[in-house]
Design a protein around this ligand. Structure first.
Ligand SMILES: CC(C)(COP(=O)(O)OP(=O)(O)OC[C@H]1O[C@@H](n2cnc3c(N)ncnc32)[C@H](O)[C@@H]1OP(=O)(O)O)[C@@H](O)C(=O)NCCC(=O)NCCS
Length: 142
């Protein structure tokens, strides 16, 4: 498991990206890769228990949540236990609108646009413009 040393900040660690603090970024037991020139807006959450990859040049607006796991639904107690996990892959040059939520198992191809406040539950190919809860295709980018 990688970790940040006591003298490092999150912006030092992901130094090829532009992280607008405050953010919550956690990758305990998981893998998180944030590409070059990625912007992560303030009040966003990125939480990896499995594998999250964010491609170069992707712009993440404020308040976005990217979470690759659920809690265990089989037990009434110990809800903190991790349940299903699945990797998330966000391509290059995507734009994720404010307060969007991206859930486990989603792959977004290069150049996708996600509308503000959307909940993305499934994958979309490159250049898709998607919005809503659950997110649906509005049209393709030209
Ligand atoms: C997704 C988005 C880019 C689409 O913009 P657009 O192409 O101008 O789309 P339109 O406004 O013409 O809307 C097209 C349809 O999608 C719907 N729609 C647009 N954005 C939506 C959203 N975020 N959630 C749900 N539906 C949405 C519209 O209601 C409209 O539906 P209709 O055809 O039934 O009337 C834009 O609406 C959006 O959400 N932008 C994100 C803004 C943001 O977060 N900025 C942060 C700055 S970093």
């Amino acid at each position: 498991m990688r970790s940040i040393s006591p003298t490092q900040t999150i912006t030092d660690y992901f130094k090829e990206a532009s992280i607008c603090c405050p953010v919550y970024i956690k990758w305990a037991e998981g893998v998180l890769k944030i590409g070059r020139k990625v912007v992560v807006g303030p009040f966003s959450t990125i939480s990896a228990r499995d594998n999250i990859v964010i491609g170069d040049g992707t712009n993440i607006a404020p308040g976005v949540c990217i979470i690759d796991h659920d809690h265990n639904l089989k037990k009434m107690r110990l809800i903190k236990e991790i349940g299903k996990t699945a990797p998330i892959k966000i391509g290059k040059y995507c734009w994720i609108g404010a307060n969007a939520v991206i859930l486990k198992g989603v792959t977004l191809g290069d150049g996708c646009v996600v509308g503000a406040g959307s909940v993305v539950t499934k994958s979309f190919p490159e250049k898709s413009i998607i919005a809503g809860n659950p997110a649906k295709l509005l049209r393709m980018r030209v």
